[in-house]
Ligand binder design. Structure first.
Ligand code: SF4
Length: 135
């Protein structure tokens, strides 16, 4: 069941189709600043408004494998595996203000943001990317 952060959902409402945010709120259950909504209903509403849902499990597994390969490549070539605290904070700020953030995951790649932003060789999957690889 997807958990959507209401402050970001409402904050990005202007960038989304008219009625989308209201449709999600009407179909879900609000608990504090979180909207809980059933997966099937969430995907139905996304389809109806032409918004992509979380990538398939196969695509997510491929993304994790790619991240591991990039981290191994960094290690093999003597580059840092982890991003500096400053870079992590900059990436976090970009993700927290991003319309593709769903709860703690990126809608475009399915990655948990807290882990993704710490790996130096990772980059934002948006086009154009909102942050890039370092090192
Ligand atoms: S990784 Fe990029 S697309 Fe995904 S939530 Fe962060 S800024 Fe948005």
């Amino acid at each position: 069941m997807p958990s959507l952060r209401l402050p970001f959902l409402r904050g990005s409402a202007a960038a989304r189709p008219i009625g989308y945010t209201e449709a999600l709120v009407a179909a879900g259950r609000v608990a504090g600043d979180t909207l809980e909504i059933g997966r099937a209903e969430y995907e139905r509403i996304n389809r109806a408004f032409g918004i992509c849902s979380m990538p398939s499990l196969a695509a997510q597994a491929s993304g994790v494998a790619g991240a591991l390969v990039r981290a191994a490549r960094s290690m093999a070539t003597g580059r840092a595996i982890l991003a500096t605290d400053t870079i992590v904070r900059q990436r976090q700020a970009a993700c927290l203000g991003c319309e593709h953030l769903q709860g703690w995951r990126c809608l475009l790649c399915g990655c948990p943001i807290a882990r993704k932003i710490r790996l130096a060789a990772e980059r934002c999957p948006a086009d154009p990317p909102k942050w890039g690889a370092v090192g």
